[in-house]
Design a protein around this ligand. Structure first.
Ligand SMILES: [Zn+2]
Length: 219
C-alpha cells in the first residue's frame, strides 16, 4: 500500500530517447515489468496470491447467493463492495509500483497489451470463475491511470504471442506454466520466467509498431 505520491516526470526528460517499459498483467503475477533491452534479473514482478484467494472467495459466495431461493441482490452488492474494497488497494499498489519502476528509466513510456475485453463491468463479471477476465482489465486500468497522473505516456500494442515469443531471438518458444523455453539453436536464453520475458516482448513491440494510441503527453 502506498500513500506517498509519485514524483512527477520532469520536462527535461523530453529531450531523452524514450524508454519503452513493457507491463504484462496477470493472475499469478499481477504485474511483470521490464524495459526493451530487458535484463530479466532486474525486471519487476509482483505476485498475486492474495488477490487470487480473495477472488475465489468472492466467486464462491456470489454463486451461493445466486442459488438462493430468495432475492439476494442486496447481499451480493454488499459482499461485492466489501471484497473489492479489500482487493482494490492491492491492484492500485501493483500499479503504483509498476509506474515507479518505469520512472527509474529515462523518458519512460509504459507499454500495455491491447487486450480486447468485453465491456462488462466488474459487477457484471462478479460470478465469472476465471479471475483473469475480472482482474486483468482492472490492473490495466489502474496502471494507465497511475501513469497518467505522473504524465508518463501509455501505449498499447498487439498482444499476439507475447507470452510465447523469446524476448531475445523473437522465435516462438515452448511455454510451460510459468516458464518459456527457447529452443532456437544459438540463442542463449534457455528457460526463463514467462511473465518477465513477456514484459520485454511487449516493450519491444513499440519499436516495431511505432508509438500509436499514446495517452498523455509530456506537455
Ligand atoms: Zn531465443
Amino acid at each position: 500500500m502506498s500513500s506517498t505520491p509519485l514524483p512527477t516526470t520532469t520536462s527535461r526528460d523530453r529531450t531523452l530517447e524514450p524508454t519503452p517499459v513493457g507491463v504484462d498483467v496477470g493472475v499469478k503475477n499481477l504485474v511483470a515489468a521490464a524495459p526493451t533491452n530487458g535484463d530479466l534479473e532486474a525486471s519487476l514482478v509482483i505476485e498475486g496470491d492474495h488477490v487470487r484467494k480473495r477472488h475465489e472467495t468472492l466467486v464462491e459466495a456470489m454463486q451461493a447467493l445466486q442459488g438462493a431461493k430468495f432475492d439476494t441482490t442486496d447481499g451480493q452488492t454488499q459482499l461485492f463492495a466489501a471484497l473489492w474494497h479489500q482487493i482494490r488497494p492491492q491492484v492500485y499498489d501493483a500499479a503504483v509500483r509498476a509506474v515507479r519502476y518505469a520512472q527509474k528509466f529515462p523518458a519512460p513510456t509504459l507499454v500495455l497489451e491491447d487486450l480486447s475485453f468485453c465491456e462488462a463491468t466488474l459487477w457484471e463479471r462478479r460470478t465469472v470463475d476465471d479471475v483473469g477476465t475480472w482482474l486483468l482489465p482492472a490492473l490495466q486500468q489502474a496502471v494507465a491511470l497511475k501513469a497518467q497522473e505522473v504524465r508518463i505516456p501509455v501505449t498499447y500494442v498487439n498482444p499476439k504471442y507475447t507470452t510465447q515469443q523469446c524476448h531475445v531471438c523473437g522465435d516462438l518458444g515452448r511455454p510451460e506454466n510459468d516458464t518459456l523455453e527457447c529452443t532456437t539453436e544459438d540463442c542463449p536464453v534457455g528457460t526463463v520466467c514467462r511473465d518477465r520475458s513477456a514484459a520485454v516482448s511487449i516493450a519491444q513491440r513499440v519499436d516495431r509498431e511505432g508509438m500509436t494510441e499514446v495517452i498523455g503527453h509530456h506537455d
